[in-house]
Every structure is written in C-alpha cells, then in structure tokens.
Design a protein around this ligand. Sequence first.
Ligand code: PMP
Length: 380
Amino acid sequence: MKNNQLVMIPGPTPVVRSIMDQMAREIISFKDVEFVNDFKELVLDLKEMWHAEEAFVIAGTGTMAMEIAAANSVKAGDKVLLISHGYFGDRFIDLFQRRGVIVDLLSSEWGKTVSIEEITKKLEENSYKAVTITHVDTATGTKADIETVGKIVSKYDDTVFIVDGVCASAGEREYIKEMNIDVLLSCSQKAFGVSPGLAILWASEKAMNRRESMGTIIDSYMDFLKWLPIMKDPMKYYGTPPVNLIWALKESVRLIKEEGLENRYLRHAKDAAAIQIALESMGFGILAETGSRASTLSNVLYPEEIFDVDFRQILSEEGVVVASGLGEYSGKLFRLGHMGNIDKHTIVSTLAAIERTLYRCGKDIDFGIGVGIYLNEVMR
Ligand code: PMP
C-alpha cells in the first residue's frame, strides 16, 4: 500500500485544512466590505503582533520581498553591509548590484556565522546606508543573532537594518521595535503555513522616514508609498489584491494568535532541538554549529555509505519528501523543514520514515531510536 506523502521541505510547508478552506472560497470583489475589513484586520494584526510601525502584504514571493526591502531603503551609489551565511544571503549581492548599490560583503563558512566583532569593526570603519542579514539561511540551517546585530546597527542613525525572515518569521522570535529591525521581509509559504504567493513586510518608523527621504524611486509596484494608502484603507486600489491568499494568511494569523506567538516560538525551538538530537542519534550530522541552529529547518549531513539520490528516493517511497542540499552541499545533505503548523503526528511519522529508509539503505538500525529520542526530549 502506498504511503501518504508528507511534504517536509523548507517551504512550501504543509497547509492545514482551515487555511486550505480559505483558498477554496468563492471569489468576491476586492471592494466588497467583507474582504476590505478582513484585509484591514490582517494588516493591523501583523503590525501589532510584530510591534511594527507599518506592515505590507503584497502579491509576490520571498525574492520579491527582498527586492521591495532594497528598493525602499537604498539607491544607486549607496553602500550596504551584507552579512551572508549562505546561498540566500548571497542572493542579495546581485539584487543590490543591479541597482547600482555598492556591496561590502561579510560572509561565513557554511554552517557558521559571521562574528559580532567583525560586524562591529566594519560598522566602525565605514558608513553604510543599510545592513542586511538573513535570519535563517535555508541553505545552511544557521540562525543569525539578529537581536545583537540590531543593537549594534541602531547606534548609527543613518543605517537601516534589513532582516530576511523568509525562513524564520512566525517560527523564530522577531520583534521589530525591541530588536531594532527596520525592514523585516518574509513570505507566506514557510512558517505561516500558507501556499506561496504573498510577500509580507514590516517596517519601522526609521525605515518609513528613509523611504520618504528618497523621494521618487524607480520602482512603482515595489514602492512602500504606493501601497501604504491601501494597507491603511484596503477600499483604495493600486494593484488587485490576491483575495483568497489574503484570507488564507488571515486564517494563519488567527491560528498563530490562538496558539500565542511566544508559545509558537517555544514549540518550534523545542521540536527542532529534539529532532536534531534524534537525527544525530541515527548517525546523521547537523551542518549548523550548536548555538546557531535554526528552529525552522535542519540541514542534515549523511552518514558514510548513504547516498543522497537513493536516500531521498526511498524516503519519498516511505512517504516523506525532503529537499536536496544546495551549492557545495548538494549530494552531501538533505534539508528537512519543520516549521509552521506541523504537529507531533507529522514529526513522529517523519522520523519513523527516516528510520525505515536507513534500514532499506542497508544501515543496521534499532527501530524506534529516533522516534523514542524525539519523544523523550519533547515530552519530558
Ligand atoms: N530568502 C530565504 C532565506 C529563503 O529561504 C528563500 C526561499 N527559500 C528566499 C529568500 C526566496 O524566496 P522565494 O523562493 O519565495 O522567492
């Protein structure tokens, strides 16, 4: 009998029934009062829950959100400090350079993070219009200490702090005000547990002042000032809002409120630590260093004699789909997403399928070892 498939890639993540139902609703006019009120409430919730001055929900993916953050913060000739912990941090290089922005790059070896001392030194020696960092780099599974970096950047009045929260927001702790974040960018398909299609951004007062001071910018669809009137009153029009996705995100935010943001962060942290110990007990390694491991995904190094393509093929037959490694880690690891609205049933089933896969790959495994360790860690 064929196993049900669990999609355990780091986005899109599994979509729960109540969110799916919102996507399946019959379309109504985006000027219908019911939708306008729903959209307005969603933006207010996002602002309140993440302690932000403004929030934006715009049709697009995470990359679009990166572009929006860049377009509203810097212009040609400006200098940015780019802190990169992997593939998605590096994605900012081309994105800024196409805009004529000068990039100063600080990058770490994959699995490690750039030291706070290096960041402090760069900021002391140079003047930057913006600093960017990826909260969780999905290629490496490393989590950046955005709180400490934010504190350092906040000493510089003319520097905005941009955080890529694509693989973090709604799974890892992020508060705009307390963490001195100026632009937090994210999207719908990861820890929010909605299908792909929405760019989500939060902005501080400092970020909005920066945008105002830039005057007319070359982008229109990506301009905060074009969308601000719509975010305040969705009865106004700039571009047609993706009605069903906005409803789906509203349902996701309702679920988050019901769980409590802090409880949600704690659940992710506890599950991730337990999953990582369980995987290590089965002979895998975790690429990210202890102390900077993400709660939203794990980048899992294969033990000797386990081959990537075979492993992922058998795992998929056993009912779990994971993602391959990127860059130099292609073939050396698999990426396991564990964020959003996944429950213990899903995690236990995933670990059990990994055990069956190891067995089928020829490893002498004690069945239940990973599942047992996970449950012991997470339940006691
Ligand atoms: N930033 C990070 C950290 C990501 O993980 C991703 C996608 N995996 C992106 C940006 C780009 O997002 P998208 O694929 O939705 O354009």
